[in-house]
Design a protein around this ligand. Sequence first.
Ligand code: URA
Length: 194
Amino acid sequence: MDWDALEREAAQCRACGLCAARHNVVFGAGSRRARWLVVGEAPGEQEDLQGAPFVGAAGQLLDAMLAALHLSRQSNEAEHAVYIANTLKCRPPGNRNPHPAETALCAPFLQRQIALLAPAVILALGRFAAQALLGSTDAIGRLRARVHRWHGIPLVASYHPAYLLRTPHAKAAAWSDLCLALHAVHTQNPAEAP
Ligand code: URA
Protein backbone atom coordinates (compact mmCIF):
# COMPACT_ATOMS: atom_id res chain seq x y z
CA MET A 1 0.00 0.00 0.00
CA ASP A 2 1.41 3.42 -0.90
CA TRP A 3 1.20 6.55 1.28
CA ASP A 4 -2.09 7.83 -0.10
CA ALA A 5 -3.79 4.43 0.05
CA LEU A 6 -2.55 3.96 3.62
CA GLU A 7 -3.82 7.39 4.67
CA ARG A 8 -7.23 6.66 3.11
CA GLU A 9 -7.32 3.30 4.91
CA ALA A 10 -6.52 4.97 8.25
CA ALA A 11 -9.17 7.64 7.66
CA GLN A 12 -11.81 4.92 7.37
CA CYS A 13 -10.48 2.64 10.11
CA ARG A 14 -13.02 1.29 12.59
CA ALA A 15 -10.87 -1.50 14.02
CA CYS A 16 -11.14 -0.33 17.63
CA GLY A 17 -13.56 1.68 19.72
CA LEU A 18 -11.57 4.91 19.43
CA CYS A 19 -13.28 5.65 16.12
CA ALA A 20 -16.55 6.36 17.97
CA ALA A 21 -15.48 9.66 19.54
CA ARG A 22 -12.78 10.88 17.19
CA HIS A 23 -13.06 14.10 15.20
CA ASN A 24 -10.09 13.26 12.99
CA VAL A 25 -7.72 10.40 12.37
CA VAL A 26 -4.27 11.87 13.00
CA PHE A 27 -2.21 10.08 10.40
CA GLY A 28 1.06 12.04 10.54
CA ALA A 29 2.77 15.23 9.40
CA GLY A 30 5.94 16.24 7.65
CA SER A 31 7.79 15.30 4.52
CA ARG A 32 7.48 11.75 3.27
CA ARG A 33 11.12 12.10 2.22
CA ALA A 34 12.31 12.80 5.78
CA ARG A 35 15.22 10.86 7.21
CA TRP A 36 14.03 11.42 10.78
CA LEU A 37 10.88 9.81 12.10
CA VAL A 38 9.50 10.96 15.45
CA VAL A 39 6.90 8.67 17.01
CA GLY A 40 4.67 9.88 19.83
CA GLU A 41 1.89 8.25 21.82
CA ALA A 42 -1.54 9.30 20.60
CA PRO A 43 -3.42 12.44 19.59
CA GLY A 44 -4.61 14.70 22.39
CA GLU A 45 -7.59 17.02 22.30
CA GLN A 46 -6.07 19.64 19.99
CA GLU A 47 -4.53 17.03 17.70
CA ASP A 48 -7.91 15.29 17.40
CA LEU A 49 -9.62 18.58 16.56
CA GLN A 50 -6.96 19.78 14.11
CA GLY A 51 -6.04 16.42 12.57
CA ALA A 52 -2.29 16.94 13.04
CA PRO A 53 0.18 15.46 15.55
CA PHE A 54 1.87 17.43 18.34
CA VAL A 55 0.10 20.76 17.87
CA GLY A 56 -0.22 21.65 21.57
CA ALA A 57 2.33 22.77 24.15
CA ALA A 58 4.25 19.48 23.97
CA GLY A 59 4.46 19.93 20.21
CA GLN A 60 5.93 23.39 20.60
CA LEU A 61 8.64 21.99 22.84
CA LEU A 62 9.26 19.16 20.38
CA ASP A 63 9.56 21.63 17.49
CA ALA A 64 12.02 23.75 19.49
CA MET A 65 14.18 20.73 20.31
CA LEU A 66 14.18 19.62 16.68
CA ALA A 67 14.95 23.16 15.51
CA ALA A 68 18.11 23.11 17.63
CA LEU A 69 19.27 20.29 15.32
CA HIS A 70 18.09 22.21 12.21
CA LEU A 71 15.22 19.79 11.81
CA SER A 72 11.64 20.75 11.07
CA ARG A 73 8.36 19.13 10.11
CA GLN A 74 7.90 22.02 7.66
CA SER A 75 11.10 21.28 5.74
CA ASN A 76 10.98 19.51 2.41
CA GLU A 77 14.73 19.01 2.23
CA ALA A 78 15.41 15.39 3.14
CA GLU A 79 18.35 16.43 5.31
CA HIS A 80 16.30 18.77 7.52
CA ALA A 81 12.90 17.18 7.29
CA VAL A 82 11.13 15.26 10.05
CA TYR A 83 8.06 13.09 9.75
CA ILE A 84 5.94 12.89 12.90
CA ALA A 85 3.49 10.09 13.63
CA ASN A 86 1.85 8.55 16.64
CA THR A 87 1.52 5.01 17.92
CA LEU A 88 -2.27 5.45 17.94
CA LYS A 89 -3.92 7.41 15.17
CA CYS A 90 -7.06 8.24 17.17
CA ARG A 91 -7.45 10.02 20.49
CA PRO A 92 -8.12 7.93 23.58
CA PRO A 93 -11.01 9.61 25.46
CA GLY A 94 -9.82 12.03 28.12
CA ASN A 95 -6.22 11.31 27.05
CA ARG A 96 -6.21 8.03 28.95
CA ASN A 97 -3.36 5.62 28.32
CA PRO A 98 -3.65 3.48 25.18
CA HIS A 99 -5.01 -0.01 25.79
CA PRO A 100 -2.77 -2.86 24.59
CA ALA A 101 -5.47 -4.04 22.16
CA GLU A 102 -5.70 -0.55 20.61
CA THR A 103 -1.93 -0.42 20.24
CA ALA A 104 -1.88 -3.85 18.59
CA LEU A 105 -4.73 -3.01 16.19
CA CYS A 106 -3.15 0.30 15.17
CA ALA A 107 0.43 -1.04 14.83
CA PRO A 108 0.18 -2.02 11.13
CA PHE A 109 -0.35 1.65 10.18
CA LEU A 110 2.84 2.77 11.91
CA GLN A 111 4.75 -0.25 10.61
CA ARG A 112 3.74 0.57 7.05
CA GLN A 113 4.58 4.26 7.56
CA ILE A 114 8.07 3.25 8.69
CA ALA A 115 8.50 0.90 5.73
CA LEU A 116 7.42 3.62 3.26
CA LEU A 117 9.55 6.33 4.87
CA ALA A 118 12.60 4.10 5.43
CA PRO A 119 14.02 6.69 7.84
CA ALA A 120 17.67 6.88 8.86
CA VAL A 121 16.62 7.08 12.51
CA ILE A 122 13.50 6.68 14.63
CA LEU A 123 13.01 8.77 17.77
CA ALA A 124 10.40 7.12 20.01
CA LEU A 125 9.02 9.59 22.55
CA GLY A 126 7.57 8.27 25.78
CA ARG A 127 7.08 4.82 27.09
CA PHE A 128 4.12 3.84 24.91
CA ALA A 129 5.94 4.56 21.65
CA ALA A 130 9.18 2.99 22.85
CA GLN A 131 7.53 -0.10 24.31
CA ALA A 132 5.30 -0.62 21.28
CA LEU A 133 8.16 -0.40 18.79
CA LEU A 134 10.64 -2.37 20.87
CA GLY A 135 8.17 -4.98 22.13
CA SER A 136 9.38 -4.21 25.65
CA THR A 137 7.77 -3.58 29.01
CA ASP A 138 10.79 -1.71 30.38
CA ALA A 139 10.40 1.81 31.75
CA ILE A 140 11.49 4.67 29.49
CA GLY A 141 14.34 5.41 31.90
CA ARG A 142 15.79 2.00 31.04
CA LEU A 143 15.13 2.20 27.31
CA ARG A 144 16.57 5.67 26.68
CA ALA A 145 20.22 6.64 26.22
CA ARG A 146 21.13 3.86 23.80
CA VAL A 147 20.66 2.96 20.20
CA HIS A 148 18.21 0.11 19.57
CA ARG A 149 17.26 -1.23 16.16
CA TRP A 150 13.81 -1.52 14.56
CA HIS A 151 14.23 -3.94 11.66
CA GLY A 152 17.77 -2.64 11.26
CA ILE A 153 16.86 1.07 11.58
CA PRO A 154 18.53 2.85 14.52
CA LEU A 155 15.93 3.72 17.16
CA VAL A 156 16.51 6.02 20.12
CA ALA A 157 13.90 6.20 22.88
CA SER A 158 13.53 9.32 24.98
CA TYR A 159 11.21 11.16 27.31
CA HIS A 160 7.90 12.44 25.98
CA PRO A 161 7.82 16.24 25.61
CA ALA A 162 4.71 16.39 27.85
CA TYR A 163 6.81 14.79 30.58
CA LEU A 164 9.59 17.30 29.93
CA LEU A 165 7.10 20.16 30.42
CA ARG A 166 6.29 18.75 33.88
CA THR A 167 9.88 17.74 34.66
CA PRO A 168 12.20 20.38 33.20
CA HIS A 169 15.31 18.88 34.80
CA ALA A 170 14.92 15.86 32.47
CA LYS A 171 15.51 18.11 29.44
CA ALA A 172 19.28 17.61 29.59
CA ALA A 173 18.83 13.83 29.30
CA ALA A 174 16.37 14.30 26.42
CA TRP A 175 18.85 16.56 24.65
CA SER A 176 21.56 13.93 25.00
CA ASP A 177 19.15 11.36 23.49
CA LEU A 178 18.59 13.66 20.50
CA CYS A 179 22.36 14.01 20.06
CA LEU A 180 22.65 10.23 20.20
CA ALA A 181 20.05 9.94 17.43
CA LEU A 182 21.96 12.52 15.37
CA HIS A 183 25.13 10.54 15.89
CA ALA A 184 23.34 7.36 14.76
CA VAL A 185 22.33 9.10 11.51
CA HIS A 186 25.88 10.27 10.87
CA THR A 187 27.41 6.93 11.75
CA GLN A 188 25.10 5.29 9.23
CA ASN A 189 26.13 7.80 6.60
CA PRO A 190 29.73 8.74 7.46
CA ALA A 191 29.91 11.04 4.42
CA GLU A 192 27.52 13.40 6.22
CA ALA A 193 29.45 13.60 9.47
CA PRO A 194 30.20 17.23 10.37
N1 URA B 1 1.26 13.65 22.48
C1 URA B 1 1.56 12.68 21.59
O1 URA B 1 2.15 11.69 21.95
N2 URA B 1 1.21 12.86 20.33
C2 URA B 1 0.59 13.94 19.91
O2 URA B 1 0.32 14.04 18.71
C3 URA B 1 0.29 14.95 20.85
C4 URA B 1 0.62 14.78 22.12
